[in-house]
Design a protein around this ligand. Structure first.
Ligand code: AMP
Ligand code: ZN
Length: 487
């Protein structure tokens, strides 16, 4: 097991040596999606980044328990996630469906996208609605310890009281005075004692659908609470890594730490890892800003900002070409460059099997292998790793065209290096050979065409059918729905 891994910890704002609490076990919790709409490419960036981390830790020999929740209740609309309507319930009412139908639909869609992007499933994917009892127990503990108060069936966390003995801004590095000076007025939430207080448990208003009995009456848990309850349940009071997007630092993760400290007297995670944002023209990709697009729009090119479609592995490669802590701006030119780069890498990868060893060689692979490890050990630096893999590709090409000789031992090391780092660590696969994913991709395309037809956008629906025909696929509109076959 490699002992020289350094990870950037948001808590200390430094790269720290990675020393797990109970090696070889590693506990990692990552905040999962709120399943009220399709995941956009920005969300995918975060999940690809943690997939890289999960894969590398596993590759090093750690036994990783990776927990990524599904938020299927309690995430309200306001910036902090605890004001306004429940996101899932709002969508359910709009579409005349049960909230659980909405959660089911988008959970399935989410898993499909994860699979297409070759993101490994986590070890446990717990849901908020499946852990109401654990959340109620946690609220009881926080109340008992004196850090929360009840107002008419709603329980609030008392931030100012907590900050008297603890540092509420430990993760965000903001002090309470500044935070208080910058908060809006209580706007309809006068029942809170302080403007920074947040709801742990919320009384269900008349007409609210997703509600459960509790010692404080019918209600539902707050969004921040579920992650504290579920990480605690599956990974213990303290575990190794807690992750999510950088946008979760000021509120969601800040509140999670406060809850865990108030209930269990410990910061839940030793290392807090945050991924930077995917941007479009410098602006964070987000559903509310209207600049987001869906992975399958990217695969098919069906979005006005795209010149053409890109394969799922090109998208994954594009994302991995930036370090997870840098911002990454989406653009057609950058995508085209990634498409070329990915092809170059995969061409070399397929040539590997055709290489012949010579009796004596002119190249040593061990230093290159060490540089691959060094890149990943330096806070999972995938762009530097990819640069080293291009160096490996150059060697492959030179051996193939006989301008460089390699001996047996180094050839087998080169094959192992390319396989380990491209397939196992970066999670890239050769799409030419990846027929397994075709049904998923076709389902997505058919879904798009169905939407187009429903919107009477016949131009798009015809374009999809004709486009597929050109590359050898026939779509059949039958009574049972759409099916496809190879021509
Ligand atoms: P949400 O479903 O909005 O709670 O987001 C799910 C995850 O995606 C969270 O960890 C967010 O921090 C992350 N996320 C949201 N937008 C972006 C973005 N533009 N780039 C990278 N990660 C994002
Ligand atoms: Zn969370």
């Amino acid at each position: 097991m490699e002992q020289n891994l350094f990870v950037y910890n948001t808590l200390s704002r430094k790269k720290e040596k990675f020393v797990p609490l109970h090696p070889p076990l590693v506990g990692m919790y990552v905040c999962g999606p709120t399943v009220y709409s399709d995941v956009h490419l920005g969300n995918c960036r975060t999940y690809i980044s943690f997939d890289l981390i999960f894969r590398y830790l596993t590759y090093l020999g750690y036994k990783v328990r990776y927990v990524r929740n599904v938020t299927d209740a309690g995430h309200l609309e306001g910036d902090a996630g605890d004001e306004g309507e429940d996101k899932i319930e709002k969508k359910a009412k709009l579409e005349h469906l049960e909230p659980m139908e909405i959660a089911q639909k988008y959970t399935i869609g989410f898993r499909e996208v994860m699979q297409i992007l070759n993101i490994l499933p986590p070890s446990i994917e717990p849901t908020a609605t499946g852990h109401i009892i654990e959340q109620i127990e946690l609220v009881k503990l926080i109340l008992q310890n004196g850090y929360a108060y009840e107002v008419d069936g709603t329980i609030y966390f008392d931030v100012e009281k907590y900050n008297k003995t603890q540092d509420y801004g430990i993760l965000s590095r903001r002090n309470l005075e500044d935070l208080l000076a910058n908060t809006r007025d209580l706007g309809g939430q006068e029942e809170k004692r302080g403007p920074l207080d947040f709801a742990l448990w919320i009384k269900a208003k008349p007409g609210h659908l997703m509600k459960w009995p509790s010692p404080w009456g019918l209600g539902f848990p707050g969004w921040h609470l579920e992650c504290s309850a579920m990480s605690n349940k599956y990974l213990g009071k303290q575990f190794d890594i807690h992750g999510g997007g950088l946008d979760l630092v000021p509120t969601h993760h800040t509140n999670e730490i406060a809850q865990n400290m108030a209930a269990c007297h410990t910061n839940p995670a030793k290392y807090w890892i945050h991924t930077n944002m995917l941007t479009v023209n410098g602006q964070k990709m987000s559903k509310s800003l209207g600049n987001s697009f869906l992975p399958h729009e990217l695969f098919t090119g069906q979005n006005s900002i795209l010149n053409k479609g890109y394969s799922p592995m090109t998208v994954r490669f594009f994302i991995l070409q930036a370090h997870y802590r840098s911002t990454l701006d989406f653009g057609n030119e950058a995508m085209q460059a990634s498409e070329k780069g990915f092809k170059r890498l995969m061409n070399a990868f397929t040539l590997l099997d055709k290489l012949e060893a010579s009796a004596s060689g002119e190249v040593e692979i061990a230093p290159l292998l060490q540089r691959c490890y060094d890149a990943m050990n330096d806070d999972f630096n995938s762009p530097v790793l990819i640069a080293e893999l291009f160096e490996a590709s150059r060697i492959v090409n030179s051996v193939y065209d006989k301008s460089l000789r390699i001996d047996e031992k180094n050839l087998s090391l080169l094959k192992q290096l390319m396989h380990d780092f491209i397939v196992d660590v970066l999670g890239l696969k050769n799409e030419q050979a990846a027929g397994d994913d075709l049904p998923n991709v076709m389902n997505m395309i058919m879904e798009l065409r169905k939407d187009a037809k429903q919107n009477r956008d016949y131009a798009t629906s015809d374009k999809i059918r004709e486009g597929l025909q050109k590359i050898g696929f026939q779509l059949n509109d039958g009574k049972e729905g759409m099916t496809w076959s190879k021509l």
